[in-house]
Design a protein around this ligand. Structure first.
Ligand SMILES: Nc1ncnc2c1ncn2[C@@H]1O[C@H](COP(=O)(O)OP(=O)(O)OP(=O)(O)O)[C@@H](O)[C@H]1O
Ligand SMILES: [Mg+2]
Length: 289
């Protein structure tokens, strides 16, 4: 169930995958998306046409359940990834946007803002994660669900507008903890085991109850809205077959694009395009176009 995505979406995600390995040619200004995740810190760069041109990521424990717990560490990693991309692109990265989990307090938005600014960026936008994902997917009706490492973010979209967002502290980290416990291996070994396609049958069997819990979370949050379909993004959705289990549980069509890992970071970068200046991040920000 992945062919409902437009050629534009497929191209963006193929370009994202490609440009992390080899930086691509670009035109116009560059904009960086900073995704401070529970499992990965990801920087993705798009050009003025919205094409992903470079990216880098690092597995890091500087954010817990969407909240920055190691401010200096987070800033150091963003600086490191920024410098790495700048060297490969042979240009300076100036402008960025960052994301935060939906329905978190102002202090969380601020901490994500200051990490990005402290790493040397001019921050043009702050956007919540599933809303960022929809900059790529362009869903006009449905629910965008970002299943990351620490949290599951949900955005209900009606006529192209996000009308509801929510965030719950369940994600791939919990899946890995379950695998670690069942197989009596360390968390790091469980992470590797989970991502190895060779283990996919065993992994799905072990984490099925976790997936069902995520499905229950989705069901609870979309209840009350007329949602016809769910669109999955986030690294945890790389798990083969996760969409089928969720679809069965919530009794709705569930779609995921190729490489759901890159959707949110690219969307964060895309959210910069057309923004000249970010006025105020208190009260959700006033963007000046
Ligand atoms: N191929 C894969 N198969 C299964 N899980 C994967 C795969 N690749 C990444 N993951 C999992 O995806 C999660 C990371 O996804 P993502 O980068 O979207 O999360 P995050 O942004 O760091 O976390 P959050 O959004 O919750 O703060 C990790 O739990 C990781 O183990
Ligand atoms: Mg995330």
């Amino acid at each position: 169930m992945s062919s409902i995505f437009s050629d534009r979406v497929k191209k963006i995600l193929l370009d994202a995958e490609k440009c992390v390995k080899v930086p691509q040619s670009y035109s116009g200004e560059l904009f960086t998306g900073v995704d401070l995740g529970t499992a990965y810190v990801v920087l993705m760069v798009v050009d003025s046409t919205g094409k992903p041109v470079a990216g880098a990521y690092k597995f890091a424990q500087v954010v817990k359940d969407g909240v920055v717990v190691d401010f200096t560490g987070a800033m150091r990693i963003v600086k490191e990834l920024k410098a790495n991309i700048e060297e490969r692109l042979n240009t300076e990265l100036l402008k960025a946007a960052a994301a935060y989990p939906p329905e978190t307090g102002k202090s969380v938005v601020k901490s994500h803002f200051y990490v990005t600014e402290g790493a040397g960026f001019e921050v043009l936008n702050m956007v919540d994660e599933p809303t960022a994902a929809n900059y790529v997917l362009n869903i006009s009706d449905g629910a965008v669900v970002d299943i990351g490492g620490g949290t599951t973010g949900i955005a209900v979209v009606k006529n192209g507008e996000v009308v509801y967002t929510a965030d719950e502290p369940t994600g791939g980290t919990h899946f890995s903890l379950v695998i670690a416990g069942a197989k009596k291996i360390s968390f790091e070994e469980a992470e590797e085991f989970k991502k190895d396609p060779f283990n996919k049958k065993e992994v799905i069997a072990l984490v099925k109850p976790c997936i069902q819990k995520v499905a229950e979370i989705i069901r609870r949050h979309i209840r009350g809205f007329k949602v016809d379909a769910v669109y999955l993004v986030g690294g945890t959705c790389c798990l083969d077959g996760i969409e089928d289990i969720i679809s069965k549980e919530i009794d709705l069509p569930v779609y995921k694009p190729i490489n759901p890992f890159y959707v949110t970071p690219v969307g964060i970068a895309l959210s910069c395009i057309g923004v000249k200046e970010y006025g105020d991040f208190e009260g959700r920000g006033t963007k000046i176009y």
